[in-house]
Structures are given as C-alpha cells and as structure tokens.
Design a protein around this ligand. Structure first.
Ligand code: 3PY
Ligand code: MG
Length: 264
C-alpha cells in the first residue's frame, strides 16, 4: 500500500503543513495541492462540498504527493467509511467530546478485528494499491477534533483511546465554547489556556497535535508552540483576502476589516 507520508514526516520529528479545502472544485483542489503542502484536507463539514465533488477532489489531490485527508461533517460511521473508501488517508472528526465518542470514531476507521469498518475499499484500492485492505489499518490516521469544553475536560480519556493518532484543535468552536469570539485570528485568554492544556496533555500521552490557524503567520507560531500539524486557513479565505487586498491596492485604500483575520 502507498505509504502515508505524514507518518514519515512525524517519525522524523518535522511539522506538517496541511491545506484546507472548502471550495467544491477539483481544479481548485489540484492548484492548492501543488503549492508544497504535506497534506490536503477536504472539508465536508463547513466546506461547500458534497460527496460526488469531493471524490473528484481526491482524484485531483492524487496528482501530487500531498496526503489526502478529510474532515467529515460529524461522527457518522457510514460517512466516515464512505470517505475512506474514496481514498482519504486520514479522517478529522469534529466535536469529539468523550472517550466513547473517540472509540466509536476510531472503530469506524479500522477494519475488524481492530474496528468495525465495512469492506468495500473502492477507490482506496486505486490510490493505495492492491494490498490496501491488508495495510489500511496501519496507514490511515484517526484524528478527533477537540473543540468543546467537555473535550478539554476529557482530554486524557480521549487520548487513552489507542487508535487515536492525533488530536486536532478547532480554535473557533473552542472560543465559542468558552464564551469568547471566534474568527479573530488570536485566542482569547480562556481559549489560549485550554489549547495550552490540551497540547501539554497530548505531549504527555506521546500523541500528535494539529490545529487550525488563521493564516501562515499564525501557523508558524503554532509550530513554535509545539504543534505537529498546522493548517494556515482555508482556500476561500486566502482567495478572498488576496482579491480584497488587490482591490484596495488599486484604489489606494485600506483593506476592509471583514474576514481579515479569519479562515472562513
Ligand atoms: C474550528 O476552529 O472550530 C474549526 O473547526 C476549524 O476548522
Ligand atoms: Mg469547529
């Protein structure tokens, strides 16, 4: 089976840079995947993307070395298995708040006897190779999102689930959960404390930590903080920020404040 390059990067102690696709287009996916990212995530939760378009986006990402990941819309075993069958090499699952959530999520990602994934690898075979079934459990990354107060309280229990490879922090939902403002690009004090705590517990458990960031600068700061995988905003945010800035340059005016810091 084709190796999961993210695992090699982490084994060497290097941070991974992950792209985030919210625009439902194989053309945009191909272009983003060619920008030097280690992995590219198709966002089926907040992205404007359905399964059929997502499948063509996986095919577009496959024209590059970037590892294809997906964020599913919720902890739904049928959706997780279907997206793995489309060729995802890792699943990021939102709103995992308890050990039980993490166990059922991990189970959907693993074939028996390790888990309960149904057999039907479809495009997984085309992307991964003929021996996909024998090796998928070892190559596919299980990545619960930590983005509720309950998840922060239960972080040790979530990390205790053996098949959890990495946690991925959603700072915007975490900000909402702690009564702070999302989409600011910088954390409020309660969110910052929660993130530092989750990172420390993840390190103690010898697992990996990823995080969504507003932009490249914020992502670099997260790498310095100790994160293993960072996402410098999403495609739509980058596109609109760049175009707004071009309009402002031509007009000789200030760039508008709306969405200036956010990834969405
Ligand atoms: C969050 O910040 O809540 C996210 O889910 C990032 O995508
Ligand atoms: Mg979120």
């Amino acid at each position: 089976m084709r190796k999961n390059k993210l695992k090699e990067i982490f084994a060497e102690g290097r941070p991974a840079i992950n792209a985030w696709l919210s625009i439902g287009s194989s053309y945009a996916a191909e272009g983003v995947a060619r920008q030097g990212f280690d992995s590219v995530t198709i966002d089926f939760q907040h992205g404007m993307i359905g399964f059929d378009t997502g499948l063509t986006m996986f095919q577009a990402i496959s024209t590059t070395d970037a590892v294809p990941l997906a964020r599913v819309s919720c902890n739904d075993a049928a959706q997780i298995m279907h997206i793995l069958d489309a060729g995802a090499y890792g699943i990021i699952c939102p709103m995992i708040s308890t050990e039980e959530d993490a166990r059922s999520f991990a189970s959907a990602c693993k074939y028996p006897s390790q888990g309960s994934r149904s057999f039907g690898p479809s495009r997984g075979l085309l992307y991964g190779g003929d021996d996909y079934f024998a090796n998928a459990n070892d190559e596919i990354l299980v990545i619960p999102m930590i983005e509720t107060c309950e998840a922060v309280e239960n972080i040790d229990a979530i990390l205790s689930v053996e098949d959890v490879d990495m946690i991925y922090i959603g700072p915007n939902d975490l900000a909402l959960a702690y009564g702070e403002r999302p989409g600011q690009g910088t954390d409020g004090p309660a969110t910052a404390e929660a993130i530092a705590h989750v990172l420390e517990r993840t390190r103690a458990a010898k697992k990996l930590a990823g995080v969504f960031c507003a932009n490249g600068e914020a992502a670099r700061a997260r790498v310095e903080q100790g994160f293993d995988l960072v996402t410098p905003g999403n495609d739509f945010g980058a596109l609109t920020r760049e175009l707004r800035s071009a309009v402002a340059t031509i007009r000789g005016s200030e760039v508008g404040i709306q969405m200036k810091a956010g990834g969405y």
